[in-house]
Write a protein of this length. Structure first.
Length: 267
């Protein structure tokens, strides 16, 4: 009896297989069965679909963040290069009467960095960036933002660097007037104001409100042509040989997020 119970299901299975293979009698039944089982398959596969969807979303987000950071860096780089280009256009206008005069945009090495902190007190104005000696950062390198000069590297560690802002009272930078080439040296103000003064410009010099000053390139520290500040005030102190010219920085230091480290070609 036990053997009979075992053989009957086997025999029925063989008959069904033969009928399905030869005559396709069970196609409708199979379709009906699959339809009934579809919700079960869906529920069983749901966790794997959820995991795949989460992984896809994470990958897409990481890719978008990476692409956004790259594009922000390129935007700042292009704006920084535009500063030197605009200066060179003005310089070229002065040279149009000279035969075979040429002026090329300097190709500096540029490194993008992120601002980690900003400190702007009356006597100390600096930022910390997330690039250090392991990234090739060195003291005295020029730091620029998308709108103008930020400052100069003054301290370097393997992972971070300190940048002294151009508005710091101990910071000096050789500059020139874009309009007429008059040269001077900036010095940050020892106040809570975000500004600089330009020193060593004679009283009879042609300087007007709104004039733009850029790095002059005098010396070996700062490459020429990067925007520094706009003239906001002009004083003629009595018994003095030089004008007191106040500049408003072109770069808004309070909104810095990304900066560029500028190196010479041979650095």
């Amino acid at each position: 009896m036990r053997l009979f119970k075992l053989l009957v299901p086997i025999l029925i299975s063989i008959i069904l297989i033969v009928l399905d293979a030869r005559f396709s009698y069970l196609d409708s039944f199979k379709r009906f069965t699959l339809t009934l089982l579809s919700p079960i398959y869906f529920v069983v596969d749901l966790p794997s679909h959820v995991v795949d969807w989460v992984n896809d979303q994470g990958s897409e987000k990481a890719q978008l963040v990476s692409e956004n950071k790259y594009l922000e860096g390129k935007t700042i780089e292009l704006k920084a290069r535009l500063q030197t280009y605009n200066n060179l256009v003005l310089e070229n206008q002065k040279l149009t009467q000279l035969l075979d005069a040429t002026y090329t945009i300097p190709e500096h090495k540029i490194t993008l960095a992120h601002v980690k902190s900003i400190s702007q007190s009356r006597l100390k104005k600096q930022i910390i960036i997330n690039k250090g000696s392991k990234d090739g950062v060195r003291n005295t390198q020029l730091i620029v933002g998308s709108d103008g000069v930020v400052g100069q590297v003054t301290q370097v560690t393997p992972l971070y660097s300190t940048v002294q802002l151009i508005t710091d009272p101990t910071q000096h930078m050789p500059v020139k007037n874009v309009r007429n080439g008059i040269r001077g040296v900036t010095k940050g103000l020892a106040t809570n104001e975000r500004g600089m003064i330009v020193k060593f410009i004679p009283l009879d010099s042609d300087v007007k409100l709104g004039d733009i000053f850029v790095t002059s390139g005098i010396g070996t520290t700062y490459p020429p042509g990067y925007l520094v500040g706009k003239v906001s005030k002009i004083d003629k102190p009595p018994n003095e040989a030089f004008l007191t010219i106040t500049l408003k920085p072109m770069q808004n230091m309070d909104k810095l997020e990304f900066i560029l480290i500028i190196s010479q070609k041979n650095d």
